[in-house]
Design a protein around this ligand. Structure first.
Ligand code: ADP
Length: 262
């Protein structure tokens, strides 16, 4: 099975500067680009301005500390479901048989990392030719009570467990730079990242987008872990028309490749 996994970044499908702001035109275009992808496809999306502000407000990533956080768990999850529903409807309009797949119902984590995930239904969904759409979510955690599972960690885990042949991350910049390209004019685009670049990745500063999941640095770390298992990923600019489409059709080198060896 030639499985493709695509991550639609929260920065692409929402406006991170405004709460609950979907980029409607972009979502419509991406749904068109996802149409006609050959073979099985898993879609995962990030939280953007839906999940992150609430998760931050209620300190969900810290785990259970006080009862008041429980409403935050409820609100954060619902916000993600709303974004998921919007995306699924956009995919349906393009004739893609998309189906929501709720991470919090099938993942158990331990200290913020996936400990186990019930993959049986997901495998059946893929075998039937449906397109599951998952997302970063509040998940239940054996050590912390609850925690945040980033869409990035989820992609990395699924790619390994389901044996993906290619992983494509759509973000709103041209790839991974030496530092944040929105804040540093001299940031240089990196074409390839391998495990030997671990120091470079550590030196990338954390961005200040209000993400509870660690931004670009955490994303690259997840992908370097995945690269160790022989699955190559590429981070591309999905805010530019047709870039994601071409990447999903097998074109390499459009952004930053994260791979196990040069
Ligand atoms: P997602 O789209 O998955 O929400 P993030 O917002 O976590 O992705 O990551 C993309 C953002 O990371 C970009 O919009 C950019 O502003 C920021 N960023 C910070 N550091 C870097 C870097 N070194 N290279 C590229 N982007 C970076």
């Amino acid at each position: 099975m030639k499985l493709l996994i695509v991550k639609l970044g929260g920065s692409v499908i929402t406006d991170k500067r405004k709460p609950f702001a979907i980029k409607h035109t972009v979502v419509k275009r991406l749904a068109k680009e996802l149409k006609g992808v050959p073979g099985p496809l898993v879609i995962v999306h990030g939280g953007g301005s839906f999940g992150h502000p609430l998760a931050l407000k209620y300190r969900i990533a810290d785990g259970y500390r006080e009862k008041d956080q429980l409403m935050g768990v409820s609100l954060t999850h619902l916000a993600m479901e709303k974004l998921n529903k919007y995306l699924i409807e956009a995919l349906q309009k393009e004739g893609i048989p998309a189906i929501a797949f709720q991470p919090s119902a099938c993942v158990l984590s331990s200290d913020g990392r996936i400990k186990s995930m019930e993959l049986g239904p997901l495998r059946r969904i893929l075998a039937l030719g449906l397109v599951p759409v998952l997302y970063g979510d509040v998940v239940f955690d054996v050590k912390k009570g609850f925690s945040i599972l980033s869409g990035d960690q989820l992609v990395s885990y699924l790619a390994r467990k389901l044996g993906a042949t290619r992983v494509v991350f759509g973000v709103d910049v041209d790839g991974v730079y030496t530092s944040c390209p929105k804040r540093n004019d001299r940031a240089e685009l990196l074409r390839v990242i391998t495990p030997s670049d671990v120091k470079l990745v550590a030196s990338m500063e954390k961005d200040e987008t209000g993400d509870v999941t660690g931004g670009m640095q955490a994303k690259v770390r997840e992908l370097l872990e995945l690269a160790k298992f022989g699955v190559e990923a590429e981070i591309v600019n999905a805010a530019r028309a047709n870039v994601l489409k071409e990447a999903l059709r097998g074109k390499r080198g459009l952004g930053t490749i994260v791979t196990g060896g040069k």
